[in-house]
Write a protein that binds this ligand. Structure first.
Ligand code: DUC
Ligand code: ZN
Ligand code: ZN
Length: 488
C-alpha cells in the first residue's frame, strides 16, 4: 500500500494568506500531509519545481446548459462547460439552475441534476434563480432547496420574463435571511432599459453597437442602490453580481463601510474589454453583447481598484456562451437588432489565466489576492470552505499547478468550450495552469484532458451565515446561532 496516491514535490504554494515552499501528500481525495522533503511512497510523483501550486479555481458565476427567459439554450452543456473550466484551472463550478414562471423548484433542481451528474468533469453546485416566488415557493420549496445544500438564490431586477418586483425581492431576502442563505442580484433598472430601447427602436438605431446605450450606467447604479436599501431594511446579506460601474462599486463600498452585509462581484469582460470592442466589431458586435454592457477604459481602472481594496470580493467569468450562429446569437437572422440578441459571452477558461497574467504577474495584485479572487473567497461566501478553496490538511485535494513562464495566445477557438469565438481573441497572456487536480485525481495533464464524463460530484453547501465570512454581525442578528428561526 502506498502512503500517498499523489505526491507534489518542490513547488511554491500560495493560499489566501501565505506563500511557502512545501511538498503535498494526497491520499483518498484529501490533502493528508504538507512538509518539506516528503519521501513516503506514492503512486505518482509530480515535480513542481519552479511552479506555483495553488488551490483549484472556483468559478461561482457561469451559465451552463441553461435556458434563458426567452428560451435560448447556452451553447455549452455540463460536459463542454466543465471541461473548459478545468483547462482554465478550475476544480469547482457553481452555475445557475433557473426557475421559469410556473415551474416548481423541485423540478428545476431535478432537471439540472439530470444535466450535470452524467456530464460534469469537475465538482459542482448550483445557485437557484427564483423568478416566480409564490407562497408555496417561499414557504415550502425554497426551504427544501436550502436543506438540499443549495444555499444561494439569484434574482433579477430586469428582463420582463424573469424579473421580480421590490416586494417580491423583500419576500426572497426575508426567506434567505431566516435560513442563512445568500441572495444574489442582477441589478439593472428595467424601466430605464426599456425606455432607452424604445427610443433607439423609434430612431432606427438597433444595430449591436447601440446595446451599451440601451443599458445606461444610471440603470445599474439606481438598481444597486435600491437593492442595498432593500437588503439593509431586512438586514439580509446580498451579493451584487457583475458590477460594471465605479458608481455601483462605490455604493457597495459605502454600505460595507457602514457594516452592512453587502458583497460585490465583477468579471473579466469589464476589466479587459470596453464598449470600443462592441462598436469596433461592426456586424459582429453581437459577440460583445452582454448585460450589464461593456463600459470604458476609466471603468477598467476603477474596477481594478475595487478588486484590489476588497470592495469586490468575487471575480467570476459570467460565462454565458451563445455561439455567433443561427443556433444562438443569430437566431433572429444575420445582423439582428441588439434587443433580440442573446446576452452574454464566454470566458470560463480564461478567467483565472487573465488575472494571473494581468493582475499577479504585472504587480496589480499579490499571489495571495489572486488565490482569494479565483478560489478562496468563493469557497467562503458559498459555504464550501475549508473543504474547498485552500491548501490545508484535510481539505479536498483540489490543486492547479501554474507555470508562470508559459505564454499563451488566445484565439477565437483556442478554448475547449463549445464556442465559435472568444471575446478575448488576440490577447497574449503569460502563466498557465498546466496540471489540474480535483479530489486527488489528475484531470488536466499538460494540455491533455484526463477526466471522464460525470466524475464531478454535487457539493452540498453550508449556509452563508455559518461561513464566518461576515464576522461583524451583532449577536442578536447572527442567525447561525438561531438557524431558521423568526427574528423579526
Ligand atoms: N446576467 C448574467 O448574469 N449573465 C448573462 C446575462 C445576464 O443578464
Ligand atoms: Zn445577471
Ligand atoms: Zn450571469
Amino acid at each position: 500500500m502506498q502512503e500517498y496516491d499523489l505526491l507534489i514535490k518542490g513547488g511554491r504554494i500560495a493560499t489566501a494568506s501565505d506563500t511557502f515552499s512545501a511538498d503535498i501528500g494526497i491520499k483518498d481525495e484529501k490533502i493528508t500531509c504538507l512538509g518539506t522533503s516528503l519521501n513516503g511512497s506514492a503512486t505518482r510523483i509530480i515535480d513542481a519545481t519552479g511552479k506555483w501550486v495553488l488551490p483549484g479555481g472556483i468559478e461561482s458565476h457561469c451559465h451552463i446548459e441553461q435556458e434563458s427567459s426567452t428560451g435560448a439554450m447556452t451553447s455549452d452543456d455540463y460536459y463542454t462547460g466543465s471541461v473548459s473550466a478545468a483547462f482554465g484551472g478550475n476544480t469547482t463550478i457553481i452555475p445557475f439552475a433557473a426557475q421559469h414562471k410556473g415551474q416548481s423548484l423541485a423540478d428545476v433542481v431535478k432537471t439540472y441534476d439530470n444535466r450535470a451528474a452524467p456530464k460534469s468533469v469537475i465538482d459542482y453546485s448550483y445557485h437557484l434563480i427564483v423568478s416566480d416566488p409564490t407562497d408555496k415557493v417561499l414557504n415550502e420549496e425554497l426551504p427544501a432547496v436550502f436543506e438540499a445544500g443549495i444555499t444561494s438564490f439569484k434574482v433579477f431586477m430586469t428582463y420582463d420574463l424573469i424579473m421580480i418586483d421590490d416586494k417580491q425581492m423583500l419576500d426572497i431576502l426575508d426567506v434567505a435571511r431566516r435560513f442563512g442563505a445568500l441572495t444574489m442580484v442582477h441589478a439593472e433598472n428595467n424601466a430605464m432599459i426599456k425606455w432607452m430601447t424604445e427610443r433607439l427602436q423609434e430612431t432606427g438605431n438597433e444595430a449591436a453597437k447601440f446595446h451599451g446605450i440601451s443599458h445606461p450606467r444610471q440603470s445599474e447604479v439606481e438598481a444597486i442602490n435600491r437593492a442595498i436599501q432593500l437588503a439593509t431594511f431586512l438586514d439580509a446579506p446580498l451579493l451584487i453580481v457583475h458590477v460594471s460601474t465605479n458608481e455601483g462599486a462605490n455604493a457597495i463600498a459605502q454600505a460595507r463601510q457602514e457594516g452592512r452585509k453587502i458583497l460585490g462581484e465583477t468579471c473579466p469582460q469589464y476589466m479587459f474589454l470596453t464598449d470600443e470592442n462592441l462598436v469596433g466589431a461592426g456586424e459582429e458586435g453581437g459577440k460583445f453583447i452582454c448585460s450589464p454592457p461593456l463600459r470604458d477604459f476609466q471603468t477598467q481602472k476603477d474596477l481594478w481598484r475595487h478588486l484590489q481594496n476588497g470592495t469586490l470580493q468575487l471575480y467570476s467569468s459570467d460565462h454565458a456562451p451563445y455561439r455567433f450562429d443561427e443556433s444562438a446569437k443569430l437566431s433572429h437572422g444575420p445582423n439582428p437588432p441588439f434587443h433580440k440578441t442573446a446576452n452574454g459571452m464566454p470566458g470560463i477558461e480564461y478567467r483565472a489565466p487573465l488575472l494571473f497574467s494581468e493582475g499577479f504577474l504585472k504587480g496589480r495584485i499579490s499571489i495571495q489576492q489572486f488565490v482569494e479572487l479565483t478560489s478562496t473567497n468563493a469557497a467562503r461566501i458559498f459555504g464550501l470552505h475549508p473543504r474547498k478553496g485552500t491548501i490545508a490538511i484535510g481539505s479536498d485535494a483540489d490543486i492547479a499547478i501554474w507555470n508562470p513562464d508559459r505564454e499563451v495566445q488566445i484565439t477565437e477557438t483556442s478554448a475547449h468550450d463549445n464556442m465559435d469565438y472568444s471575446p478575448f481573441a488576440g490577447m497574449n497572456i503569460k502563466g498557465w495552469p498546466e496540471l489540474v487536480i480535483n479530489r486527488g485525481r489528475l484531470i488536466i495533464d499538460n494540455g491533455e484532458l484526463k477526466a471522464v464524463r460525470g466524475q464531478g460530484e454535487f457539493l452540498r453547501r453550508k449556509p452563508f451565515e455559518t461561513t464566518g465570512y461576515i464576522s461583524h454581525l451583532p449577536p442578536e442578528l447572527d442567525v447561525s446561532k438561531n438557524h431558521g428561526a423568526e427574528i423579526l
